[in-house]
Write a protein that binds this ligand. Sequence first.
Ligand code: C2E
Ligand code: MG
Ligand code: MG
Ligand code: MG
Length: 280
Amino acid sequence: RAKAEGRNTFRFFEAAMDEAVEERRRLELDLRLALQRGEFELHYQPILDIASGAITSAEALVRWRHPTRGLVPPGTFIPLAEETGLIVPLGEWVLRAATHDARRWPAHVSVAVNVSALQVRHGHLVRTVRAALEATGLPARRLELEITESALMTDNEHVCEVLHDLRGLGVRIALDDFGTGYSSLSYLRQFPFDKLKIDRSFISGIRDPETAAIVRAIVALGTSLGMVVTAEGIETPEQFALARAEGCTTAQGYLIGRPCAAGDVLAAVLPGAAARAARR
Ligand code: C2E
Ligand code: MG
Ligand code: MG
Ligand code: MG
């Protein structure tokens, strides 16, 4: 009996696997078509400069307006886009759309764009970025590229060269989700980062004295190397107060503002927007 049950469990498992594979295939096909059909859109999340109290940038976060699935968050399709290489054309679209949108924002507001490891390694990123800046007329200093540590893990020399070339264009570079992944301090020696973004997991735990000590150490490290240090994922006034007390220079999170549609971003970045958000 145990054997028969085992067999049934296996069949059930197999069927579930088939379904998962099928679902993935469907998603991949959909993803290819989505790019042609223009189903992607960018939402923007404001980032606050703590000292001045002004919104000085907004991060572009891609969403997929799927005809039947609704608004799909990036966690569901970015990994697949990376595996299939579709992230390269998708990333080009994101860069073009974000620089285009940011051109209409006040001149003191920058736009931050996430780039994947694959774009850095195989995506002609320097050429793509230069083309986006030229096509939209956005000054390079108003564009910031966010990359995660995993992008740095392989082929360091080439990645390093790409980052230096991007820097040469006048674009700023942020290390995203810092403290997760395989943080290596040697990255900070090899790459010319302008900004460190402390991962949300440290901010959500910042009440804990040990976690606060880690945040303090990251801030000391970042600021002594001349980097801006951003606290990601600020949800409560207490987290904001603690992040500020530990010396974070910029803040991002639902408390300051949720990601909003491109049409609403102007109101979210105009002077006074941060104060209005804080009163909510
Ligand atoms: P990320 O770059 O670290 O972006 C921050 C994520 O945290 C966003 O999720 C944002 O909505 C969420 N977030 C912001 N504040 C809070 C908060 O206070 N609480 C909580 N719980 N979450 C908060 P989202 O939009 O789902 O994006 C997830 C990830 O997808 C991004 O993480 C980024 O790695 C990736 N991603 C998004 N857009 C792009 C893109 O255009 N290209 C690439 N390559 N990756 C992208
Ligand atoms: Mg990011
Ligand atoms: Mg992040
Ligand atoms: Mg993240």
